[in-house]
Design a protein around this ligand. Structure first.
Ligand code: BDR
Ligand code: CA
Length: 310
């Protein structure tokens, strides 16, 4: 089994990613660390607990982390995810407690305690918590097995500015720390997630499971879908974050290239851009496996089957 820490800002697609991990025996979630992103930290740390309880897993430790980017003011995305971050279904208040420890302390202590190379980090929000841990405890960087993250874009370029993807844009300095860390990176950019669309039949497959988690996923994806369909007329909404978890379970669903990726932290028009050297023209050493394609039908088949186990 792959032992992971999910760093997240739920977010409907984050919620589905967490459910996929909880439903999958190939994965052990050591903890969930919440970060400010789609909505502010009090909501993301609450939403992560709602999702654990929905899956019948109140035993998963959930930690609150950074409430703002390293150097910038927080930018949120209620226009996509709704006021709560998990708009769609009516949700109960969580009863499981938030851990008292700060998420950054949990990351540092876990990586120091566990055998080197045995813990994978799965960031699916802005990279603030991870960068903060690396800056405060450089000794943990070499102990991370791998980072598999959702963020950035190449051909698909930006969804929050013309050149930047949300997770990287919110905290570009943090992303810069992570991309320069030397930890093996796997990156799920918009190029991939925009191929994982929640079409009608795919949403109905979740609903047809006839379970509470199945219904929740259907209602979340219904809500999430409205934004893209109304704004872009697309066939469904990109289900970004579950791609990270699916990669851990079925890497053969994805293809990509090992390339160099750097983060723009000063550009006037390009702040937060992932400058991806897809054609390897820079001469800079590859630092990431940048995913370019996904078997979307295989991905949704896996996701539906796993949500059905909950
Ligand atoms: C990313 O931004 C958030 O809105 C989603 O949860 C995802 O992590 C996509 O750009
Ligand atoms: Ca997210």
């Amino acid at each position: 089994t792959r032992r992971i820490i999910i760093d997240t800002d739920p977010g409907q697609d984050d919620a589905v990613a967490i459910l996929l991990a909880l439903a999958s025996p190939e994965i052990e979630i050591m903890g969930i660390t919440a970060v400010a992103g789609n909505v502010p930290l009090p909501l993301t740390s609450k939403n992560a607990r709602i999702v654990c309880e929905l899956a019948g897993r109140p035993d998963i430790p959930v930690f609150a982390g950074c409430d703002a980017p390293l150097q910038r003011k927080l930018v949120t995305a209620e226009y996509v995810h709704g006021k709560t971050g998990l708009d769609g279904p009516v949700l109960p208040e969580p009863t499981m407690p938030l851990q008292e420890h700060h998420a950054v302390d949990f990351l540092i202590e876990t990586l120091r305690r566990e055998p080197a190379g045995s813990v994978t980090l799965c960031p699916i929000g802005p990279l603030t918590n991870i960068a903060q841990a690396f800056l405060r405890a450089p000794d943990i960087v070499g102990r991370v097995q791998e980072i598999v993250l959702m963020g950035g874009a190449y051909f698909e370029v930006g969804n929050v500015t013309p050149t930047a993807e949300f997770n990287i844009y919110v905290d570009p300095e943090a992303a810069d720390v992570v991309f320069k860390s030397g930890v093996p990176l796997v990156v799920m950019p918009l190029d991939v997630t925009h191929k994982a669309l929640t079409t009608r039949p795919r949403i109905e497959a979740f609903r047809s499971l006839g379970t509470e988690p199945g219904r929740m996923v259907a209602e979340w994806t219904d809500f999430f879908e409205r934004f893209d369909m109304e704004k872009y007329g697309s066939a469904g909404a990109p289900l970004h974050d579950p791609c990270v978890v699916a990669y851990l379970i079925r890497p053969e669903l994805f293809t990509g290239r090992r390339i160099n990726v750097e983060i723009e932290t000063t550009g006037k028009l390009t702040l937060g851009m992932t400058v991806a050297d897809w054609w390897r023209v820079s001469g800079r050493e590859p630092n990431a496996l940048f995913i370019g394609d996904i078997d979307a039908d295989g991905f949704f088949t896996l996701l539906t089957e796993r949500i059905g186990r909950l």
